[in-house]
Design a protein around this ligand. Structure first.
Ligand code: ADP
Ligand code: ADP
Length: 232
């Protein structure tokens, strides 16, 4: 059973003459444990696809199943619960709380999940260690480099043990060395922890870390490239 299963998924925004077909009958299956990159020009449907996969939105037609569950039939609250249980998100701009320390940022999703303070701190420290930020727990984002801020965001995303990590241009604000370090970390999380990763990127060099690259063009998949050859 695929973790992510799109069957003829379309997404249409707007009505009448303003209507935009952002995704056009897309079929795509991603298995547990895979690392998949999504590429394509601006406006080709990458964000729409990531939003659907992340259960932030539902298809206009077709079926999207996550872990076998038809997401289109779920209420907004049910989708929020699904995200809370199974998904982690990271972004180009890190999305950290500015006046809050690294460990407090990582604790935030654990607060929503009802863990008590001592347990939250233990889980957050473990996650921060895992991303290589031991000793930086009490720094605020302004006291950390861009690469370190992204590590905090990754720690926050994995502290809850998600099945699937969704990454939207995670290296977009980093130079290529810092970007490669983040990709090495994501590869480690994929291989050691078995976290499935789906990442949107504009950078071919970053996409090559993934097992497969799905190319979008005009709301359709134009090509799926197997990167295992590159990895050997
Ligand atoms: P990027 O191409 O860098 O991933 P986005 O995915 O945010 O950027 O946006 C891609 C295109 O979709 C842009 O042309 C943007 O104007 C449009 N777009 C994104 N979100 C909305 C929205 N909520 N309403 C209208 N257009 C949007
Ligand atoms: P990408 O991430 O590849 O840049 P998007 O998925 O953001 O592409 O956008 C695909 C198409 O859908 C674009 O034409 C974009 O302008 C349009 N679009 C995206 N989001 C919205 C929205 N919320 N409302 C209206 N149009 C949108």
């Amino acid at each position: 059973l695929p973790l992510v299963d799109f069957s003829k998924v379309s997404k249409v925004y707007g009505v009448g003459r303003a209507q935009v077909i952002a995704m056009d009958e897309v079929d795509l299956a991603i298995n547990e444990g895979e690392f998949v990159a999504i590429m394509g020009p601006s406006g080709s449907g990458k964000s729409t696809c990531l939003n659907l996969i992340g259960c932030l939105d539902t298809p206009s037609s077709g079926s999207y199943r996550f872990k076998g569950v038809a997401v289109g039939g779920l209420s907004r609250n049910q989708r929020a619960l699904l995200r809370r249980h199974y998904l982690g998100f990271i972004f180009q701009g890190y999305n950290l709380l500015k006046r809050t320390t690294a460990i407090e940022n990582v604790e935030m999703p654990l607060v929503y999940r009802g863990y008590k303070k001592s347990v939250r701190q233990k889980m957050s420290l473990t996650a921060l260690k895992e991303v290589g930020l031991e000793g930086r727990e009490h720094h605020t984002p302004a006291q950390l480099s861009g690469g370190e801020q992204q590590r905090v965001a990754i720690a926050r995303a994995i502290a809850t043990n998600p099945s699937l990590l969704l990454a939207d241009e995670p290296t977009g604000n980093l130079d290529s060395k810092k970007g490669s370090e983040i990709m090495d970390l994501l590869t480690k999380l994929n291989q050691d922890r078995g976290i499935t990763i789906i990442m949107v990127t504009h950078e071919r060099a970053m996409a090559e870390y993934a097992d497969r690259t799905v190319h979008f063009l005009d709301g359709r998949i134009s090509n799926i490239q197997n990167n295992r050859v590159i990895h050997q």
